[in-house]
Write a protein that binds this ligand. Structure first.
Ligand SMILES: *[C@@H]1O[C@H](CO)[C@@H](O)[C@H](O)[C@H]1NC(C)=O
Ligand SMILES: *[C@@H]1O[C@H](CO)[C@@H](O)[C@H](O)[C@H]1NC(C)=O
Ligand SMILES: *[C@@H]1O[C@H](CO)[C@@H](O)[C@H](O)[C@H]1NC(C)=O
Ligand SMILES: *[C@@H]1O[C@H](CO)[C@@H](O)[C@H](O)[C@H]1NC(C)=O
Ligand SMILES: *[C@@H]1O[C@H](CO)[C@@H](O)[C@H](O)[C@H]1NC(C)=O
Ligand SMILES: *[C@@H]1O[C@H](CO)[C@@H](O)[C@H](O)[C@H]1NC(C)=O
Ligand SMILES: *[C@@H]1O[C@H](CO)[C@@H](O)[C@H](O)[C@H]1NC(C)=O
Ligand SMILES: [Cu+2]
Length: 366
């Protein structure tokens, strides 16, 4: 049943006028012509600045939501975060997590290239967490506040309590941490006031992790001006997203085990930048922090590596439904499950996003 759907969608996009294919969507994708996604620290300073300025450019492009539909988004960059917010309870802790984030990253990559002059031979950068564990994150190429960083940590706030893991957070970090465990205070906590993206005002969120269970209140679309906030937590990264955890992840027997092991690793990067209270720790609005894309490129990289290890078995293998925590009455993820990207891009099926080196994609991690 899914094959006709795929074919029709494909033909429709060919006939629906011009720019269905960008240069990197080569019909003949090879190791040689694939777009390269590289590690942040492997980029030159100028390349890092390309990423930073293209992101800044997207933050100045007009929102694509209909007037009045989403007052909390003021630009196209924030549209990405708003869309993520609206589908957060479908695309996390479910069978469509990996697929939805893969296409989402690709849409960002394409937007940077097509609308903001990001080099067409440069993919999204990724953040290989264990590479950064030998010194504090606030001294790293990511967050040292230099012009080629993603901006500094948030301003240091004294007297911050440790973060006590509540029941909702416990779902995201189990089995490494459990309810009642604590993470020591992060190294910032206040507004980012140094480096790129300093003093950015955002209007979306913040949203308590409690809403991951209950759903968002209806007024989530209303603007609430506040600063871009970070609260770097080296502890969260070293505890949850370390090299042993990755080795163990890649040794998973099947997609079910892979997803289960990935959960706390994934959350580690979010808590590592956002602590608690920073945008990156926001279950809904985390893409407001430009570090989001590097973190998720690393997640996608690990999924691609896992798939490549046994493509016949793993490429089109899914486990879970289209809803947070896979409630029994929700539909299982399959090849033909549709992902809806709203104002960001066309609908795609899980089948269409399963292979980074075929169909709509041609990229690899180096
Ligand atoms: C910063 O995050 C830490 C956890 O890493 C938490 O203990 C602290 O309360 C947070 N502070 C703010 C202002 O977000
Ligand atoms: C960087 O973070 C560490 C804790 O990880 C802290 O001790 C140090 O004071 C911070 N440095 C700066 C420059 O904020
Ligand atoms: C951000 O604002 C603070 C004042 O709130 C100011 O001290 C700082 O210089 C500003 N940073 C940048 C990069 O403009
Ligand atoms: C996945 O692997 C785990 C661990 O080997 C095993 O217990 C489980 O039954 C497997 N699940 C499926 C759906 O194959
Ligand atoms: C997903 O994995 C769980 C646990 O192994 C299993 O009970 C379930 O049947 C799997 N679903 C599919 C569609 O493989
Ligand atoms: C999913 O799609 C792939 C690629 O088209 C195909 O090989 C595979 O058999 C499909 N899986 C199922 C369960 O239909
Ligand atoms: C995308 O799929 C949804 C169903 O999941 C449908 O309601 C919507 O109309 C589709 N959008 C487009 C642009 O095809
Ligand atoms: Cu997400």
């Amino acid at each position: 049943m899914h094959i006709p759907t795929f074919t029709l969608g494909f033909l429709a996009s060919l006939t629906a006028a011009a720019p269905s294919f960008t240069p990197w969507q080569s019909p003949e994708c090879t190791e040689e012509n694939a777009l390269q996604r590289r590690e942040w620290s492997a980029l030159t300073e100028n390349e890092r600045k390309e990423y930073i300025s293209a992101m800044g450019c997207l933050m100045k492009k007009p929102s694509r939501y209909a007037a009045g539909e989403l007052p909390a988004t003021k630009n196209y960059y924030t549209d990405f975060a708003a869309h993520h917010t609206s589908v957060a309870r479908n695309i996390h802790m479910s069978g469509i997590f990996l697929s939805a984030h893969r296409e989402y990253l690709s849409l960002m990559e394409k937007s940077l290239q097509e609308e903001c002059g990001y080099p067409s031979d440069m993919g999204l950068p990724y953040w290989n967490w264990p590479d950064y564990l030998d010194k504090p994150l606030n001294e790293s190429t990511l967050f040292d506040g230099s012009p080629s960083s993603l901006g500094a940590d948030g301003e240091y706030l004294p007297n911050q309590p440790p973060y006590v893991i509540g029941p909702e957070e416990a779902q995201l970090v189990k089995p490494i941490l459990k309810e009642g465990d604590t993470i020591p205070r992060g190294s910032g906590g206040g507004c980012v006031i140094e480096g790129p993206f300093a003093n950015t005002t955002v209007y979306l969120g913040p949203f308590s992790v409690i809403y991951s269970r209950t759903g968002l209140p209806d007024d989530w679309t209303e603007p609430n001006p506040h600063c871009l906030n970070r609260n770097l937590s080296d502890t969260a990264v070293s505890l949850l997203s370390n090299a042993d955890a990755i080795d163990n992840l890649l040794a998973s027997a099947n997609i079910t085990q892979f997803q289960t092991r990935l959960n706390p690793i994934h959350r580690g990067g979010h808590l590592g930048v956002g602590g608690s209270g920073g945008q990156m720790a926001d279950f809904f609005a985390s893409p407001l922090d430009p570090a989001f894309w590097l973190h998720h490129a690393q997640i996608d990289r690990l999924w691609a590596a896992f798939q490549d290890e046994d493509p016949a078995e793993r490429r089109y293998s899914y486990n879970g439904t289209d809803t947070f925590l896979n409630p029994p009455d929700t539909p299982e993820a399959t090849n033909s499950t549709i992902l809806d990207f709203g104002v960001l891009g066309e609908n795609v099926t899980l089948e269409e996003v399963a292979n980074p080196m075929a169909g709509r994609y041609c990229y690899k991690y180096v």
